[in-house]
Design a protein around this ligand. Structure first.
Ligand SMILES: Nc1ncnc2c1ncn2[C@@H]1O[C@H](COP(=O)(O)OP(=O)(O)OP(=O)(O)O)[C@@H](O)[C@H]1O
Length: 232
């Protein structure tokens, strides 16, 4: 099976709001995919459906051929848009927690990455800035040897100087057979690491191409094309 994720006619309706509207997609292994769209376009809804935090109104998602559930959670590493770690915890406590929870968690890798970001095992979350907490959370998620990483706004709260460093860290630490799907508004920062992009608007996919195709066909960067497609 070449695709790590497939969804067919996926629809999610909240009350009268169609957050996702008949989305059909295939995402291959070994790709870094940007899920890009304006506020309220359905990015978080899609990522939550992949993690079984929401259930589809109709249609289906298959991850390695299986519907989201206990089995898929073993191979999916998920970074939610909000910080869910308790403030009283030390970095070493959180690493212990991840080790207990996930068989594929590599604690040595996590400690190495955190060290290079200047974060110590005894540091407590409550003493950290929002951006530093985000770095900790992203490091933990990327320290799993997962097959699919779902990152919802991974660098939103991190200062511009640290963004490149974090993106390099992601690239250096992920296995090339795995796939990363990340949602972001910070397209110009992130486009250099992307293989593919998906533009989503009003819950519908309006474009799904490789970054090379976009550059060859339009002569534009992903950021410029995004600004054109989503001009207010
Ligand atoms: N629990 C909910 N109840 C009602 N409506 C919701 C709920 N969750 C999302 N929506 C609506 O569904 C649509 C898609 O929301 P979603 O959070 O997926 O967008 P997004 O692309 O992630 O936005 P942002 O970039 O602002 O984070 C929005 O119109 C939102 O208001």
């Amino acid at each position: 099976m070449n695709n790590i994720l497939e969804c067919r006619n996926l629809t999610k309706i909240f009350g009268t709001k169609k957050a996702l509207d008949n989305v059909t997609l295939s995402i291959p292994r070994g790709r870094i995919v940007g899920l890009l769209g304006p506020n309220g376009s359905g990015k978080t809804t899609f990522i939550k459906l992949c993690n079984q935090l929401l259930t589809p109104t109709s249609g289906e998602i298959l991850i390695e051929g299986k519907r989201p559930g206990v089995e898929t959670k073993k191979i999916v590493s998920y970074l939610p848009e909000k910080n869910y770690l308790s403030d009283w915890m030390k970095v070493s406590d959180i690493i212990g927690l991840f080790k207990d929870f996930y068989d594929d968690f590599n604690a040595e890798k996590a400690y190495d990455m955190l060290k290079s970001l200047g974060i110590k095992p005894n540091d407590r979350l409550k003493s950290m800035s929002k951006g530093t907490k985000e770095k900790v959370q992203l490091t933990l998620v990327m320290s799993r040897e997962a097959k699919l990483y779902l990152l919802d706004e991974p660098i939103g709260g991190v200062d511009p100087a640290a963004r490149d460093y974090i993106l390099d860290t992601i690239l250096r630490n992920y296995n090339e057979n795995a796939t990363i799907i990340l949602s972001t508004h910070l397209i110009s920062d992130i486009e250099k690491i992307l293989d593919d992009v998906i533009f989503i608007k009003g819950g519908q996919i309006v474009l799904a191409k490789t970054v090379d195709e976009i550059r060859e066909e339009t002569g534009k960067s992903v950021d410029s094309l995004f600004r054109e497609v989503f001009k207010c």
